[in-house]
Design a protein around this ligand. Structure first.
Ligand SMILES: NC(=O)c1ccc[n+]([C@@H]2O[C@H](COP(=O)([O-])OP(=O)(O)OC[C@H]3O[C@@H](n4cnc5c(N)ncnc54)[C@H](O)[C@@H]3O)[C@@H](O)[C@H]2O)c1
Length: 246
């Protein structure tokens, strides 16, 4: 994997899966832009990841706001002169059964999880098309394929990412740009840690590999799809879920 001189933007890169992706890319020597709504956490992560010997910057960005997205990509392009990799990772949940789900919760999740991928990809692809090279990796979820009670908004946003990614893949393949999805299953994070032990045990029984995934399990797949080595793979979904959905 020769990432020589490449620049990556990781949205929601301040913590969790995004942080692990940033670390994975940093280990390959890639210059990193960690774009997150929390500047404080992004700055901390940027300093930490920078210890791996790469240039990193933290940027405050709400991925659902088109003006902020446009400005961020203009700034990154001015600062580094190129963008090779975009990882659309920022995401939220606002769970509730359909009959109780508030319209605001629907809109927030669709805007932050799905509209953001459109906005960020549009800006990145503009730059990548001129370079005739780019890698877009979008983080969806197993629930895009299985559904999940209480997550109508989240499942819809993640399923939307799949259609959007395939369309970007078809529109920009001729410019040397690939676009793929990584769909994680249950990954050990602060969110899943908080679940009661009996619920966790029940979930594990549904996973053939018998354990939750780690953030590194997800990052490993993302780093491969972000690399020059994955050049003949586009419009695909890589499931990182221990076999819970096949
Ligand atoms: N944890 C899991 O089990 C799991 C499973 C499947 C998919 N995913 C997906 O992986 C991605 C990362 O999840 P995570 O578990 O690391 O979550 P997390 O909550 O730990 O991290 C999400 C990051 O996104 C940032 N963010 C939130 N809203 C933002 C906005 N509007 N603009 C910019 N940044 C924003 C947060 O500040 C945070 O740093 C998400 O897209 C999530 O849907 C997670």
């Amino acid at each position: 994997m020769d990432f020589n001189g490449q620049v990556a933007v990781v949205t929601g890169g301040a913590r969790g899966i995004g942080k692990a992706i940033a670390e994975g890319l940093a280990k390959k020597g890639i210059t990193l832009v960690i774009a997150d709504i929390s500047l404080e956490q992004a700055t901390e992560t940027s300093a930490e990841v920078g210890k791996l010997g790469v240039k990193t910057i933290a940027v405050k960005l709400d991925v659902s706001k088109s003006d902020e997205v446009t400005k961020t990509f203009e700034d990154v392009s001015k600062e580094f002169g190129r963008i090779d990799i975009l990882i659309n990772n920022a995401g939220i949940t606002r769970d509730g059964l359909v009959l109780r789900m508030k319209e605001d919760d629907w809109d927030a999740v669709i805007n932050i999880n799905l509209k953001s991928v459109f906005l960020c990809s549009k800006e990145a692809v503009k730059i990548m098309a001129k370079q005739r090279y780019g890698r877009v990796v979008n983080i969806a979820s197993v629930v895009a394929f299985m559904g999940n009670p209480g997550q109508a908004n989240y499942s819809a946003s993640k399923a939307g990412i799949v259609g959007l990614t395939k369309t970007i893949a078809k529109e920009y393949a001729s410019r040397g740009i690939t676009a793929n999805v990584v769909a994680p299953g249950f990954i050990t994070t602060a969110m899943t840690d908080a679940l009661p032990e009996n619920v966790k045990e029940e979930m594990k029984r549904a996973i053939p590999l018998g354990r939750f995934g780690t953030v590194e399990d997800v990052a490993n797949a993302v780093v491969f799809l972000a690399s020059p080595d994955s050049g003949y793979i586009t419009g695909q979904v890589v499931h990182v879920n221990g076999g819970m959905y096949m």
